[in-house]
Ligand binder design. Sequence first.
Ligand code: NAD
Ligand code: UFG
Length: 336
Amino acid sequence: MSILLTGGAGYIGSHTAVSMLQAGIDVVLADNFVNSSPKVLARIEAITGVRPTLIEADLCDREAVRAIFRAHEISGVVHFAGLKAVGESVAQPLRYYRNNLDSALTVLEVMREFGRTQFVFSSSATVYGDQPAPLTESAQTGGCSNPYGWTKFMIEEILKSAAAAGPQLSVVLLRYFNPVGAHESGLIGENPNGTPNNLMPYITQVAVGRREKLTVFGDDYDTPDGSGVRDYIHVCDLAEGHLAALRYAESHTGCEVFNLGTGRGSSVFEMVRTFGEVNGVDVPYVIGPRRAGDLAAVYADPAKAQQVLGWTAKRSLADMCRDAWNFQRRNPNGYE
Ligand code: NAD
Ligand code: UFG
């Protein structure tokens, strides 16, 4: 039996593939490479010694998804596939709603056709909207500030309804906080197209000389040093969270939700400082205005994942900075 990782060639999917293969779990990856490269497969093989199956497929294409389930014994699905750029989702809302909702619905319907019941979903802390941290899973969701966030909210609602209607279904919603860093080998990591939207890839591109300087989006927030505070989590800790979620799905039915974060908030200045100290490289920056839609402080209460899944993030901010830089340094232009 295999686990299907939709969007498995992407940043979080590729790290999860490595964690699962190293735990002896067979995986099948499916991706249309809209935001990734098939070259990641050789990197996964170099780390694990196993070359998993990678299928080029659009998860909105029902026949293509059926073909995957016909060709492989899929026991469970981790659904990473989706478009994720917040700004792009504001400019292209229909593309975001179509791709993210359609792919989730198509995979779920085909799973039902084939009698498969385990589904782990990549959700996001963005579903909490603007509420005081630390955020627990029981906080209200909705109030998202962009179409990307609404797709996550809507898919969560679809999954809750599906689990309520089909008692054999086993759904785990994972709300990621801010995944950063890379596998310690430096072979796989985050490789965004165009100008990075997120802090860490922007920092690493400044450090490697691809960009001149970082703009800190606001130093006048109500936070200890005035810059935005987030819950950065090492992508390998996040990957391990998916193993714990799958084990949970194997032995429970219904729909359960977990935050995957460290519970620790770090500011933009702290990140820039730690990156410089750990890696011995300077990250020049200027202070700019606040970015529209940004919140002052977002971090998780991760207690539920620890208590129920037995999972906890282990890697430090220094580990995240070291591993992100290691990947960027070895792959100045990503996988190309
Ligand atoms: P990513 O873009 O690297 O990975 C997503 C993958 O899905 C890409 O490889 C892309 O090519 C693929 N994809 C998109 N639409 C597809 C489709 N219709 N058919 C087939 N493949 C398709 O992003 P990531 O950072 O690895 O994120 C994975 C998931 O986690 C996404 O759903 C994202 O929204 C969610 N998430 C990410 C973050 C983050 O900060 N990285 C935070 C919270 C949630
Ligand atoms: N920041 C800068 N300069 C930059 C980029 C970011 O100062 O060039 C700051 C932001 O203002 C924020 C912090 O760094 O304070 C983190 O910003 P990111 O863009 O890295 O992360 P966000 O928390 O804004 O967004 C991330 C994901 C979203 C997801 C959200 C959920 O990118 O997809 O977490 O919490 F919806």
